[in-house]
Design a protein around this ligand. Structure first.
Ligand SMILES: C[C@H](O)[C@H](O)[C@H]1CNC2=NC(N)=NC(=O)C2=N1
Length: 154
């Protein structure tokens, strides 16, 4: 503790967090600690970036999906534990196109791409990770970034 006090506050937090994570790695059962660290990771979804996942990763299971879904808009619905879907209503077809054109560069930047369905002024966005045939964190990161798009003028 004495050593920690000598360090800068951000550094102390980092040291404490690393210590807590190593406790969890070592199997020390501190559910409240795990939960709070998990919450922090989830809160930052829209600041995170998608990572390539080519085949080797397992799709998220239903428990993991339940954790992730709490951190994006409640408008997103889980479909068969394999994809998430959100419907947007814009003013008109031009609004739909503008919305899609706002999302496209985000998807390109993240190298993670939504399936997009357009029905005049309705846009349905479906997110799934094709490479693994199910959901990955990438889908929730992209969902959080799509949630951040301001559709009020479209
Ligand atoms: C090489 C590149 O990272 C992959 O082909 C990416 C591209 N965008 C993707 N988007 C989605 N939704 N799923 C994928 O598996 C995927 N793979």
């Amino acid at each position: 503790m004495l050593k920690l006090r000598l360090l800068q506050p951000e550094r102390s937090f980092f040291v404490l967090k690393s210590f807590c994570l190593s406790l969890i790695d070592a199997g020390v059962g501190l559910p409240f600690l795990t939960a709070s660290i998990k919450t922090n990771i989830m809160k930052d979804l829209k600041k995170k970036h998608c990572v390539p996942c080519e085949g080797e990763a397992e799709p998220l299971n239903s428990l993991q999906i339940n954790d992730y879904i709490k951190n994006i808009s409640p408008e997103w619905k889980v479909i068969d534990n394999k994809k998430i879907r959100r419907e947007f209503t814009l003013k008109d077809f031009k609004g739909s196109m503008a919305f899609i054109n706002t999302i496209a560069p985000i998807a390109e930047e993240e190298d993670h791409h939504p399936d997009i369905h357009v029905y005049y002024k309705e846009v349905i966005i479906e997110l799934t990770t094709h490479a693994i045939g199910g959901l990955s964190e990438n889908d929730f990161i992209l969902a959080a970034k799509i949630d951040d798009v301001d559709v009020s003028g479209l």
